[in-house]
Design a protein around this ligand. Sequence first.
Ligand SMILES: C[S@@+](CC[C@H](N)C(=O)[O-])C[C@H]1O[C@@H](n2cnc3c(N)ncnc32)[C@H](O)[C@@H]1O
Length: 190
Amino acid sequence: MLNKFHSQLHNHMRFFSAFLKYPRIIGSVAPSSSFLTNEMFKFVNWHKTNTIVELGAGTGVFTERINTCKSSQCTAMIFEFDNHLRGNLQDRFKELFFYSNAKLLMTTLKQNNISSVDVIISGLPFTNFSNQETSEILYNVHQTLRSGGLFVAFQYYPTIYTQLNQVFNQVTMSHIKLNFPPAFVYTCYK
Ligand SMILES: C[S@@+](CC[C@H](N)C(=O)[O-])C[C@H]1O[C@@H](n2cnc3c(N)ncnc32)[C@H](O)[C@@H]1O
């Protein structure tokens, strides 16, 4: 119990110091809550998930859920831009595969001979990206998801809804108040 508290406190400090260094890229002052994490994974069918991708892992709250719930045959590919945060995740989750830039999603999958992905979970701070950067990443996401595949993203503002609607067949939005700051969760199907 005390160990868990210490490691959570450590992760909060690590996250906040990354935010102080690169506020635009990190995009938040604290890791996501367990309430937001539950909502992000609500529709993931772990039995049917052979490949899962996480974009913008931070200190690993979603990564931890992936590591716990995925089947042993499922490949998990985790993208985190910050070298220090990524290095720490690599030390903690030895069976997952780590990469830097979410913009290289398509290229990375090709290099690993993976033709499509079942689920993509995103913590990327799209609000801080230019329209072009967001479009580029959403194009990568859409191209790599299998037909009927699931994309789940959260944001602190409801601004990305229109862009997601242009790309995906079905988009629904929910609001999680028990998070700092409160967040909108977008669940999208290709
Ligand atoms: C708001 S934090 C979310 C972290 C974590 N998923 C959570 O919910 O607590 C966004 C994360 O996305 C990462 N990030 C930003 N741009 C990225 C990119 N182009 N590729 C990969 N990661 C990126 C940041 O370094 C940061 O760790």
